[in-house]
Design a binder for this molecule. Structure first.
Ligand code: NAP
Length: 540
């Protein structure tokens, strides 16, 4: 039945004491079930240890004794394993897991002595791939035929579209007597672990903390409960997410998940590790997959896949927000990077000088990639005189031609100060972690200082020693300096500008505003600005 998946935490401690402590933490953290992985114990004395583990247990338990031929750590024979699992049943374990390969032998072994009250999970693991729907269905039937109370199938996602097959089989099983656990392992299978209540999965696994996973791709218990809000996911919950590669570092799930929850919007927001954007969209074409944030390297592909876009998005050449229009399912593309960054710059400017505007001001954009185009078109929309400086001069010239602006080389930037009150926007990754000593206003720090200085741990000394007069002069001509980089928040460019009293705007401000824009497109509701800001700052 959709909407009530149990959350099970595997206990992977090497000793009974560690497992008991993990069980207490899992209980406090909100788990529904604890999986006792007997094969993880360094030494195991069945009667003594199972008694300790099951006596006064705070949670229902699933007892698993996984052999190495099925991905576990037990290397002995099946006779010993079967005896231990029978003992766990006699001691009242709520669930026991047995692998399909030996399930018939185990059922025969139990014959006549099977205690009531323990549910038998018969499991099958595929660490290479996810079979076809037909083969998965045959597997389900075989597991049911052997007498399972619960079917468990875990496969591996080679591509995120593999998960759709597991969802289809789970939905098909919903009407049947025997519940199913269907999980797809690996980073590309993450959504199978989160969306199981939506598709009728009986149970999902969550690691107690990062590093305590018992299978690839398990989210942590706190992420599952707090970020993905799994207890609120139902069959009709809409799915949103950030599509990218890589995507694990994205702050989207925490910021959007928290915002959805705060307004009671029935939706979940996931990291979606996608290799091929088009096949992802065509596989998850149902209205349930309602909208996406799009990040590197799929922003151009998202534009190509859009049925309709804002006119300016066509010029920018990149879509960072895609929704399915509920009335006709058409894909509508937006770009909130440009609205987010330009509004951050304009609002800050007006905070300093009421009534100040970007119109007729020189607006220097460093970079001519996705963010560079967004800033350049956004500035032109506001009537600014746009200047593009880029490492590859050809790209600067191309973008400058498009926006009716001027192109200069990156080397010229230090000497470029035709007037006061200009805006400077860095949209390159120069200065981003780990190269935090670099600034786009001069040569990379490593080249200037050599390897000894590179190893120095005193950024203040480094900063002062290379903060040339020229650069000071150049920076002083700006009324405001913006950096799209959000890691670190205060880049070297911004630190130096701030030191000279120039107003700055960080990439974090752009990030929060583009996320607010996305929230409003996704939900049609005003974004909870204060909450989204606080969430991002707490997480940063
Ligand atoms: P992109 O399309 O790959 O463009 C990268 C730009 O940086 C190009 O102009 C490139 O010059 C230049 N560049 C790269 N390495 C350089 C170097 N070592 N020296 C000089 N120039 C260099 O990337 P993007 O999507 O525009 O992203 C750029 C930055 O913006 C990233 O740091 C990203 O994190 C940030 N960003 C922030 C937000 C936010 O919400 N705060 C949103 C989007 C992007 P060439 O043309 O010569 O290759």
């Amino acid at each position: 039945m959709a909407g009530v998946s149990l959350v099970c935490v595997p206990l992977v401690g090497k000793s009974v004491e560690q497992m008991l402590s993990e069980m207490a933490t899992a209980t406090a953290g909100g788990a529904d079930v604890a999986e006792i992985r007997l094969d993880h114990l360094a030494s195991f004395e069945p009667r003594r240890d199972l008694d300790l583990l099951l006596r006064n247990r705070p949670l229902p338990v699933l007892v698993t004794y996984r052999p190495n031929w099925e991905g576990g750590e037990y290397e002995g024979d099946d006779g010993w394993r079967f005896e231990a699992l029978l003992l766990a049943m006699e001691l009242g374990a709520e669930y026991v897991d047995i692998e399909l390969k030996v399930a018939q032998e185990f059922v025969d072994f139990l014959s006549g002595k099977r205690p009531d009250g323990t549910k038998l999970i018969v499991s099958s693991h595929n660490y290479q791939s996810t079979p076809s729907i037909e083969d998965l269905s045959i597997l389900v039937a075989r597991i049911q035929a052997v007498g399972a109370d619960i079917v468990k199938i875990a496969t591996t996602a080679v591509d995120i579209t593999d998960v759709a097959r597991m969802f289809k089989v789970m939905v098909h099983c919903q009407g049947q007597q025997v519940p199913m656990i269907g999980l797809v392992m690996g980073d590309r299978g993450l959504m199978s672990r989160i969306l199981c209540p939506k598709f009728g999965g009986y149970l999902t696994f969550a690691a107690l903390s990062t590093g305590k996973e018992s299978a690839p791709g398990q989210p942590s218990l706190s992420d599952l409960l707090d970020i993905y809000n799994i207890k609120q996911i139902k069959a009709d919950t809409k799915v949103y997410g950030v599509v990218g590669k890589p995507v694990a570092h994205s702050k989207g799930p925490i910021i959007h998940g928290t915002a959805f929850r705060s307004v009671g919007y029935n939706a979940v927001y996931l990291p979606l590790l996608v290799d091929d954007f088009e096949s992802f969209l065509s596989t998850y074409s149902s209205p349930d997959f309602a909208g996406f944030s799009v990040t590197m390297p799929h922003k151009e592909a998202a534009l190509a896949c859009s049925d309709e876009v804002d006119p300016i998005v066509k010029y920018i050449g990149a879509v960072n927000t895609l929704i399915k229009r509920p009335s006709d399912g058409k894909l509508i593309g937006y770009n909130t990077d440009y609205t987010g960054s330009i509004s951050a710059i304009e609002t800050t400017l007006q905070g300093k000088v009421p009534g100040a505007s970007l119109a007729d001001r020189i607006f220097v954009v460093i970079g001519a990639g996705g963010a560079g185009k967004a800033l350049a078109y956004g500035a032109r929309e506001k009537g600014a005189r746009v200047v593009i400086a880029n490492r590859t001069y050809e790209r600067a010239r191309e973008l400058a031609n498009f926006v009716g602006g001027q192109a200069i080389s990156l080397a010229d930037l230090e000497n470029f100060h035709p007037e006061e009150g200009m805006i400077l926007a860095n949209t390159t990754s120069v200065g981003m972690y780990p190269n935090i000593h670099d600034t786009p206003l001069s040569k990379p720090f490593r080249q200037r200082m050599g390897s000894k200085a590179q190893q120095s741990h005193s950024p203040k000394v480094e900063l002062n020693s290379v903060f040339s007069l020229k650069r000071k002069q150049a920076l002083k001509s700006y009324a405001l300096v913006f950096d799209a980089i959000y890691n670190p928040t205060l880049t070297r460019l911004l630190r130096e500008a701030e030191e000279l009293g120039v107003t700055i705007v960080t990439g974090v401000e752009m990030f929060v505003r583009q996320a607010m824009g996305q929230f409003e497109i996704f939900t049609g509701l005003p974004a909870p600005e204060k909450l989204m800001r606080e969430t991002l700052l707490n997480f940063h």
